[in-house]
Structure formats: C-alpha cells, structure tokens
Design a protein around this ligand. Structure first.
Ligand SMILES: C[S@@+](CC[C@H](N)C(=O)[O-])C[C@H]1O[C@@H](n2cnc3c(N)ncnc32)[C@H](O)[C@@H]1O
Length: 376
C-alpha cells in the first residue's frame, strides 16, 4: 500500500459551463487558437500525428464557436494558456480511457483502438468533437490542474546511479525523492533494464526498460533499497483509480511504449509500498536525516526547472547540510537527472563524505536510453 500522507487536501474543482460570447473574449480566443496550433506543431515534431491533427481541428473549432469554445470558455487567459492544450487533451483522453467516449476510443491506441490513416484524421476529430460536446463539464474539470506525469523511463538513470553508489560502499539504501509525482520511480529497483551496456533486474518485471543503458556499463553492484520516501507539492496516489487515470490520461494515446511502462509501474506500486507526502522539497529535506549503516540517497528528475531561485537555494543548502553530516558509516548521495545548459539531460552524482561529484551520463528528457560515460 502506498500511503499518501496527510497535508493540504487536494483541491476539488467544480465548474459551470459559461456561455462563449463573453465580451472581450475575442483577442484571448485568437491567442489561444494560435497556442493550440503551436502545440499541434510541437506534438507533430515529437512524433504524434494524432495530437498534431486534433489540435489543429480544436483551434479551428474554437474560432468558429464550436464545442471547443464552450469547453475552454473562461480559460483563455495568459497564465493558463501555457499548458491549456495538454490539459484539454488529457481531459478528453480521460473520457476515452474511462468509457465515456467509445467513438474516440475506437481510434486511440491507448484504448485498443486503431489509428485513422486518412490525412488530417477527420473521423477521429469528429469523435473528439463529440466527446467535447457530450462531456463539457467533465473535460473542464481537467482544465484547472497542471498536467502531471511520472516518467518511468527515468528510472534507468536512477538505477545506474544507484549501482555507482552501491559500488562505492555496499550499504542498504534509503531512497528519498523530491518532486516525486506519484512516486513510481521510488520502486525502480523492481524494474528491469536489459541491454548491451550491463543489465539489471528480473526480465519478468512488469517494467522492462529495453535498451535503457548504452555506453560504459554501470558497475555490477548489488542494490538493496530499505526505505522509500517521496515528497511532492501535488502528489498523485498511484493506487487510486483517480490517480491512475490522471497519470495515464496525460500520456499521449499513441505513445504505447510510455503507456506500457506506466501501466507496469502502477502494478509494481500496488505491490511495493512507498511513503508519498504532500509537501515542498524544502520540507522533505528538513526532515531527512542520515542513519548509520546506510546510504541516504536524495534523488530528483526533471524537477529543478520548477523551482524559483529561493527554492533552488534552499535545495542547495539542504544538500550541503546533509553532505556535511555524512560519515563513512552514515553516507549521503545526491543523484539527479536534470536538463543541462549544454543541452540534453545529465545524470549527476555527488557522494559524501568527500563531496565527490561526477557526471555519469546523459539521456533524453523521457529518460531512455541513458548513455553512460567512463568515470573515475
Ligand atoms: C515534471 S514533474 C517530474 C516528476 C518526476 N520526478 C518524474 O521524473 O517523473 C515535476 C514534479 O515536481 C513537483 N514540484 C514542483 N515544485 C515542487 C516543489 N517546490 N516541491 C516539491 N515538488 C515540486 C510537481 O508537482 C511535479 O510532480
């Protein structure tokens, strides 16, 4: 069982669907249509013709006052417009996943459907538009939440890092993750990474990160995780129906590899307990202490970019304090997978005592594959 520890209760949202002819909505509508088209191009570039087509249709539908305009009414301001396209797509995907939009589900690979071959996906759009028209309030209930994903592919970076840590000193590991989302990667040691650059885990694991490691194999050390604690300002409980739907709906319906990894990780989460708390990283750090006979490993992935300057400083201070407290008996490691200024994302590890910092490897933002480097 995962324990979603106490903290501020998640907000519940209820909406009435306002009329679309608000005075002054014209500019905001044109701007949002532009943003939907920009997101369409981004989706296409990232390999989703499906979402590329659907977003172009939603932009046209918004401008012509169709169901998209009704659903997005009241959400066309600057602040929300940034992720609005992905919120909308997530809300509609949730309808397809939960049985509310069977006509659309027939075209979504995530629900066992067959993608349409016709250019512009006209029949898929008709089904998507029908979902908007039939479930405006349900879809709108998704517009108030930031898209929330927990990228299971990033566990490949975590696992390689843990192998380096265990090679430095073979001690049980207490894993602490900040910005943990649903905490799925707190169970990384139950996943499997087969491949040419070393391999890890049981191939029968529900999560197989195929060819997840390339380059110089991480050391073949034994990983023993004895504690799993995560913190997030907006955690998702992976053991609830709502949490599982939320995580699944934000994965694009034609990205079957990501969906398969997520579904496998949800199964692992149901078997392997982890503590997940509703709290900012500063609070997680403040209550983290080191323990004799163990490594305490602080880990985060694609998280730092969400912190403001003060929060980054707090994180750095918390890490430095834990590092200063480390001894050969009570060790501390800081492992992260974050975007680097040089491009791509890097796996970086610092261990204490000694403050030994090294870049272990790099990977695309979704985590696979990791290219491991030679390290000293
Ligand atoms: C892009 S997600 C990454 C989630 C997860 N680490 C992964 O790689 O899949 C960023 C996460 O950071 C969380 N977050 C943002 N600011 C935070 C803060 N100050 N403290 C804790 N969590 C935060 C968000 O709620 C979100 O779950």
């Amino acid at each position: 069982m995962s324990r979603l520890a106490s903290g501020p209760r998640r907000r519940s949202y209820s909406f009435t669907v306002p009329a679309t002819d608000d005075p002054g909505s014209g500019d905001a509508q044109a701007r949002t249509a532009r943003l939907l088209r920009l997101q369409a191009a981004a989706c296409r570039e990232l390999g989703s013709v499906l979402y590329g087509d659907l977003l172009l249709h939603t932009a046209d539908d918004l401008e012509s006052g169709g169901p998209t305009a009704r659903v997005l009414a009241g959400y066309l301001d600057d602040r929300l417009a940034s992720g609005l396209a992905l919120r909308l797509l997530g809300g509609v995907h949730a309808q397809a996943l939960s049985g509310g939009a069977p006509a659309l589900a027939a075209f979504y690979p995530s629900t066992g459907g067959t993608p349409e071959q016709a250019s512009g996906s006209p029949r898929t759009w008709a089904a998507f538009r029908q979902a908007l028209a039939e479930h405006p309030a349900d879809v709108r209930s998704w517009l108030g939440h930031p898209p929330q994903t927990n990228e299971v592919g990033r566990a490949a970076a975590l696992l390689g890092g843990l192998r380096h840590i265990a090679a430095e000193a073979s001690l049980p590991i207490r894993l602490v993750e900040v910005g943990a989302s649903a905490g799925l990667n707190l169970r990384a040691d139950w996943f499997c990474v087969p491949g040419p650059a070393g391999s890890y885990g049981d191939p029968r694991s529900p999560v197989v990160l195929a060819d997840g490691w390339q380059g110089v194999a991480p050391p073949d050390s034994r990983i023993e995780v004895v504690e799993r604690v995560g913190g997030d300002i907006a955690p998702v409980d992976p053991l609830t129906e709502d949490g599982s739907l939320r995580l699944t709906a934000y994965v694009w319906p034609d990205q079957l590899d990501r969906l398969q990894r997520l579904r496998g990780a949800l199964r692992v989460a149901a078997q392997v307990p982890a503590e997940l708390r509703t709290e900012p990283a500063s609070a997680t750090l403040a209550r983290t202490t080191l323990r004799n006979g163990t490594w305490t490993v602080l880990w985060h992935s694609i998280f730092r970019q969400y912190l403001n300057e003060a929060e980054r400083a707090e994180l750095a201070i918390g890490v430095a304090e834990l590092g200063a407290a480390a001894t050969p008996q009570a060790r501390f490691a800081y492992l992260y997978f974050e975007q680097s200024r040089a491009g791509g994302c890097r796996v970086t590890l610092t261990t204490w005592p000694g403050e030994h910092r090294r870049v272990l490897g790099s990977a695309p933002a979704h985590g696979l594959p990791v290219h491991w480097r030679a390290t000293d």
